[in-house]
Design a protein around this ligand. Structure first.
Ligand code: AMP
Length: 483
């Protein structure tokens, strides 16, 4: 990839000051390649700040300008992929060339050891998002990918990204930023299986535990520096600041749950990571992935993507999860919610369930109330220490805990295939989190259901969610046959 690709931001979003794109992009004096500077970061911050949190949107007019080098690679690969077909509707931007569809992992031209990892993960055929996105990532294209929860996003960016990892090099070559430790751990586990035959070394660097172990692993004298680092934003920032990770060695940078990373809580940290004093070379490929994408975040995201970028965004009308039946139960007062929940005990114990509440306090109170009534439930929230969180997640993953009560900490990305029911004891404050929460059930096409327990006070909120997703939530039938 030539440095031209980094500078050629053919279409900078109109809300972004001109200095952010094109010739205005600041340059690393030593290499002559453009870098992300403070001006850019503040401009990006401005774009995000001026946003409203409207519904998801498909991006139009995204840059399609490829470097000559990339274009030739792309065309030669195209000629050799007989089994691939194209899908003109795959790219919601409507502005790009039709996407190629690879219906088999064998046709993707993956390194042999990686292909073995794919098959030994139990993946016989690529999921829809994998048919479209693995190969462009393998080709080194920056990406903005939105795909329904539970459709194989993690394996998409790991498989594509691992094509750029050379296990013989003793340096960090790929980084995945995750908003929570739980998601980071899950991603690390998927990566271990996928990368097992390649010999990819994987390290989790997350907050809440001492940074010393990370520094030992990453130190210059370390004989086994990890090739893939799965990190939470704060720890990544810390490691960059300490010079334990150098952007110059990173070939692929993935932001998982990108809309969360580029919104409120993490935005500043992420923009700082992408700005001076850290010098990101033009060769670092950036892949942004999420199940939900609000327009303003998509705009910010676009300014980060310059290497022949491609987007796969979902039509806002199709964002609700088709395989998950959505119900509500009306109660008159808050204090009837607990009884109602306990009445659901038969459904609760069918497989595994997550019950969401909005704060640490509500989670703990609900857990205590249920335990007092003899229910075997666990609970988790972000204010618990890292070890305890890990332990509780472990118990849930192995099925020892069947019902877990959580804040939005577990709303995103967490993949426990046996979860068949999500209960919203309190409706989420943020619209996007509704879809993330209910997406914990019905993983990879399985059946799932969600139940909102709503007081008259919350009916309005439920209507807002219904409008946001253009989806009617049904009243729970008496027979409780919800699947
Ligand atoms: P994710 O969307 O990354 O959370 O993945 C959801 C689930 O899909 C995980 O349990 C994966 O193991 C599973 N999965 C991902 N790709 C495939 C595939 N190609 N075939 C079967 N299962 C898959």
């Amino acid at each position: 990839m030539s440095s031209r690709a980094r500078t050629s931001r053919a279409k900078v979003p109109s809300a972004v000051p001109a200095a952010v794109g094109g010739a205005g992009a600041p340059s690393d004096e030593r290499s002559g390649t453009p870098t992300y500077g403070a001006a850019e970061a503040s401009a990006l911050a401005g774009v995000a700040a001026s946003s409203s949190s409207a519904s998801s949107v498909a991006i139009a007019d995204f840059s399609t300008e490829a470097s000559t080098e990339d274009a030739s690679v792309a065309s030669s690969e195209r000629e050799t992929t007989d089994a691939s077909t194209t899908d003109a509707s795959a790219d919601a931007s409507g502005a790009e060339a039709p996407m190629e569809i690879y219906k088999s992992f064998d046709d993707m031209g993956l390194p042999e050891q990686l292909l073995r990892g794919v098959y030994s993960s139990g993946f016989d055929r690529p999921s829809e998002i994998q048919t479209k996105a693995v190969v462009p990532i393998k080709k080194g294209r920056d990406a903005l990918i939105q795909s329904q929860s539970g459709t194989g996003k993690t394996a998409t960016f790991l498989t594509g990204g691992f094509c750029h990892v050379d296990p013989k090099r003793n340096e960090v070559q790929m980084v995945v930023i995750s908003p929570t430790r739980e998601l980071a751990e899950q991603t690390g586990n998927v990566a271990k299986t996928l990368g097992q035959f390649m010999g990819v070394r994987i390290h989790l660097a997350t907050g809440g535990v001492s940074v010393d172990a990370d520094l030992d692993k990453l130190g210059r004298g370390s004989p086994a520096v990890p090739h893939l680092l799965v990190v939470t934003p704060g720890r990544f920032y810390d490691l960059l600041k300490r010079n334990a990770v150098r952007p110059s060695t990173i070939k692929v940078l993935v932001m998982d749950e990108a809309d969360q990373l580029l919104d409120a809580k993490f935005k500043e940290q992420i923009l700082y990571i992408m700005s001076e004093p850290f010098i990101w070379p033009s060769t670092t490929q950036i892949v942004l992935v999420s199940a939900t994408m609000i327009p303003a975040i998509a705009e910010v995201a676009k300014t980060l993507l310059v290497r022949d970028p491609f987007t796969i965004l979902r039509d806002p009308d199709t964002v609700t999860l088709e395989g998950i039946r959505q119900f509500f139960i009306k109660v008159d007062h808050d204090d009837q919610k607990l009884d109602t929940l306990c009445d659901l005990s038969d459904v609760l114990t069918i497989q595994q369930a997550v019950i969401f509440a909005n704060s640490r306090k509500s989670v703990e109170k609900l857990a205590n109330d249920m335990i007092r009534r003899g229910f075997d439930v666990g609970f988790i929230h972000g204010e618990m220490d890292a070890k305890e969180r890990k332990h509780r997640m472990g118990e849930f993953r192995t099925g020892k805990t069947r019902v877990l009560i959580s804040t939005d900490l577990l709303a995103r990305g967490i993949d426990v295939q046996q979860i068949s029911l999500v209960i919203n004891f309190e409706l989420p404050v943020v619209n996007e989190n509704y879809i993330h929460r209910i997406g914990r059930s019905g993983r990879y096409g399985r059946k799932g259901a969600s139940i909102n327990i709503v007081t008259p006070r919350e009916e309005r909120r439920q209507e807002e969610i219904e409008t946001f997703y253009s989806k009617k939530v049904e009243e729970l039938p008496m027979d409780l046959n919800i699947y």
